[in-house]
Design a protein around this ligand. Structure first.
Ligand code: SF4
Ligand code: SF4
Length: 238
């Protein structure tokens, strides 16, 4: 980052920080919208291990659950928001087919955060990467920077929104790992909805958690591991 960029970013951070304090001391607008004031802990790294062998072709239960939980239309046109989508893969030489869910990978080194000029894209201490729609100016730099095409731009006015899932026309959004559920001790909607238990959610930093034990005992990969983004979403059987 150049000196000018760094100064501009710091200026924006400072200005926006001042605005947030004016509204509610010690509380960001994003947190106000969610009704959550408890700080996320860096002792936790939320993640998912997706077992592609358990993920059935044609099954869309995780996508349907995500849409319902977060108030998305479920449309798949280029201008519709899709926080999670199913991808079908086929090995041309063997004919072996796979089906897997793809969403924001909650990178530990997220390029979307690096390029955001307003600090609207940010990573919580527990590894969840989010967009603060009050800060997002809709420039879509993050969409260009994300190697997983995980982000959507909201083109149309929204109606019937979920009270604890802030969204807005002219801003960018992506999978939040169902932060509104995690902060209440629940599983993300996709993980809960999967009948085959293909999505294992948990704390990667807790060596005694089910996900940490499984990551130690099976071969799992990060998609585009060569980019060294240290994703929170891992895949088994790829
Ligand atoms: S997958 Fe894309 S949107 Fe999600 S954290 Fe990584 S770069 Fe950002
Ligand atoms: S679209 Fe919003 S979140 Fe994305 S880089 Fe621009 S300001 Fe940041």
């Amino acid at each position: 980052m150049s000196d000018t960029d760094a100064q501009r970013r710091q200026f924006l951070k400072t200005s926006l920080g001042a605005a947030a304090v004016a509204i509610a001391p010690g509380m960001l607008l994003f947190e106000t919208a969610r009704g959550n004031t408890e700080a996320a802990s860096s002792k936790v790294r939320w993640g998912m291990l997706i077992d592609t062998a358990q993920c059935t072709q044609g099954c869309n239960d995780c996508v349907t659950a995500c849409n319902k939980e977060n108030g998305l239309s479920g449309g798949t046109a280029p201008t519709d928001s899709q926080w999670i989508r199913k991808i079908d893969l086929k090995d041309i030489s063997s004919g072996h087919e796979l089906s897997l869910p793809m969403m924001c990978q909650h990178c530990a080194e997220p390029p979307c955060v690096d390029v955001c000029p307003t600090a609207a894209s940010f990573k919580r201490a527990d590894g969840i990467v989010l967009v603060d729609r009050h800060r997002c100016i809709g420039c879509r730099y993050c969409m260009m920077a994300c190697p997983y095409k995980a982000r959507s731009f909201v083109h149309e006015p929204l109606t019937d929104q979920k009270p604890d899932v802030p969204r807005g026309k002219g801003t960018v959004e992506s999978c939040t790992l169902c932060v509104q559920r995690i902060d209440k001790g629940q599983q993300p909607a996709c993980a809960e909805a999967c009948k085959n238990k293909a999505i294992l959610f948990g704390n990667l930093n807790d060596e005694n958690s089910e996900i940490a034990k499984k990551v130690r005992s099976v071969v799992s990969v990060q998609v585009r591991a060569d980019l060294q983004l240290n994703t929170g979403i891992r895949y088994q059987g790829l």
